[in-house]
Design a binder for this molecule. Structure first.
Ligand code: GLU
Length: 473
């Protein structure tokens, strides 16, 4: 890291869908790098594809980033020296640079039709060659160009790549990489409908906006030499690129098929907490020494380009759940309450009991849906026993629960320790044989919060009702 140049990173999503774990990780890595270096994290909306870009997606992705705590210091809403930050509004800027390239003879109008290009690609492929532009329009005279324009053909603009060109760059993740101009061929930088090609607007904006580091998915790796050629031709500064490995599912298959379920929106609706998602993503394809739940600032301190791995990263849902548990654990009482209020679980619980309810279950829930299940278990009779619990109750037998009822009736305010100890003495049971039937009969499951808490929350009347139910299973 150079100390006297500003680190500026960016996230440049195309608003053609909702952000998913893959995009979010890219955004996170860039945000962490900027934060670590006390630099700037920039957001740019790449909405040049008018047919697929949608304003509601652009809005939604900003909300998602804000929800996750990935604040940008330059971009939509906050502004900055290179506004506008949505590419659809930057056409006039691109036009200037197209002109510059054309004037220098570095770009030329191409009149080839889609069909002609397709045929040419096919022919090259069947001849066993990698397809590249055949150069049909590369040497048209001014008169030939005029004639085609007069016919009303709308040209695209192609960037010239000499066969002798070579492009070398030092990828932040993959190290030294080398590409040959001959393998690239002349490529389109403005489509025939006038819209900029990705290579062009993306590279140009990075340069104009002073982006110093680009971390992005390795699916963009083959774009990078083209982008560097454009910047070189325009004599513009080049960012450093780092191509991060893609995310696979736990079985090694591409995650892309399940991305809908893994959108920020879907995770949020289920009740996943921002900090859980950030901690999960910060360890996907990036190693951290700490196994603790870290804050954004701590993640930034620990972030390093050198810790980005080249091997595909594996998304394992159980890991996300692990971070979620830690994040739920770290919520203070108010935040816990807010988290559950949002999901309307608490509405089902009498106000006077809410605090005790939360204290009882908080270590045993990952998602609000779990809280809902516990609300059912602790507040609704008759109890619906899960199979393992039913089994434990049946095995203990009615006589055991008759003893429990009798004991309970001797005094209403037993604390659980005293109660279970005395019941153990009376029945000759101890350990699991004593506690499991109690747990099963009182909560309907064979696992869960500390029994003392459950006992206290239920109170003697409800405990009695449940013991009676247990005598009859
Ligand atoms: N708009 C591009 C995308 O969403 C940006 C790629 C990049 O980060 O350079 O894939």
């Amino acid at each position: 890291m150079s100390t006297n140049t500003l680190t500026k990173t960016r996230f440049a999503p195309s608003p053609t869908g909702h952000l998913h774990l893959g995009n979010l990780r890219t955004a996170l890595f860039n945000a962490l790098l900027a934060r670590r270096d006390q630099g700037v994290f920039l957001l740019r909306i790449e909405d040049t594809d008018a047919a697929r870009s949608r304003e509601d997606f652009a809005q939604a992705l900003q909300e998602d980033l804000q929800w996750l705590g990935l604040a940008w210091q330059e971009g939509p809403q906050v502004g900055g020296p290179q506004a506008p930050y949505a590419q659809a509004a930057r056409g006039a800027i691109y036009q200037q640079y197209y002109q510059q390239l054309e004037d220098a003879g570095l770009a030329y109008p191409c009149f080839c039709s889609e069909e002609a290009l397709k045929l040419s690609r096919k022919a090259q492929l069947s001849a066993g060659r990698a397809p590249r532009y055949a150069g049909t329009c590369a040497r048209l005279s001014a008169t030939e160009i005029e004639a085609r324009l007069a016919q009303g053909i709308k040209p695209s603009l192609r960037f010239r790549v000499s066969d002798e060109e070579s492009i070398a760059f030092d990828d932040l993740v993959r190290g030294a990489l080398y590409f040959n101009g001959a393998d690239i061929g002349d490529f389109i930088i403005r489509r025939s409908d006038g819209s900029p090609a990705f290579f062009f607007s993306n590279a140009l904006d990075d340069a104009l906006m002073g982006v110093s580091h680009v971390l992005r998915g390795e699916d963009h790796l083959t774009n990078t030499p083209r982008q560097l050629l454009i910047l070189r031709a325009l004599d513009l500064p080049m960012p450093r690129y780092g191509h991060i490995s893609l995310i696979m599912d736990a079985h090694g298959a591409p995650l892309s098929k399940r991305l809908g379920a893994l959108s920020a929106r879907a995770l949020r609706a289920q009740g996943f907490l921002p900090l859980a998602i950030l901690n999960h993503l910060a360890r996907l394809g990036h190693t951290l020494d700490s196994d603790a739940l870290l804050s954004f600032a701590e993640l930034a301190q620990a972030f390093s380009e050198s810790r980005l791995g080249r091997a595909p990263a594996r998304h394992d849902e159980t890991q996300l759940q692990h971070w979620q548990r830690l994040a739920v654990n770290a919520l203070d009482e108010t935040a816990l309450q807010q988290w559950l209020e949002h999901s309307e679980v608490l509405q089902e619980i009498p106000a006077a009991q809410q605090q005790a309810f939360l204290a009882t279950i908080r270590d045993n829930i990952e998602l609000p849906a779990d809280a809902r299940v516990w609300a059912q278990r602790l507040l609704v009779d008759p109890l619906d026993h899960e199979p393992a619990a039913r089994e434990a109750v049946v095995q203990a037998g009615a006589a055991f629960f008759h003893s429990a009822i009798k004991l309970l009736d001797t005094q209403p305010n037993w604390d659980f320790r005293e109660f279970s100890k005395t019941l153990g003495q009376q029945t000759g049971l101890k350990g699991r044989a004593l506690f499991m039937p109690l747990r099963a009969a009182l909560s309907g499951v064979d696992h869960g919060p500390e029994m003392a808490r459950v006992w206290q929350f239920l109170g003697p009347e409800r405990a009695r009702i449940r013991f009676i139910q247990a005598t009859d299973l």
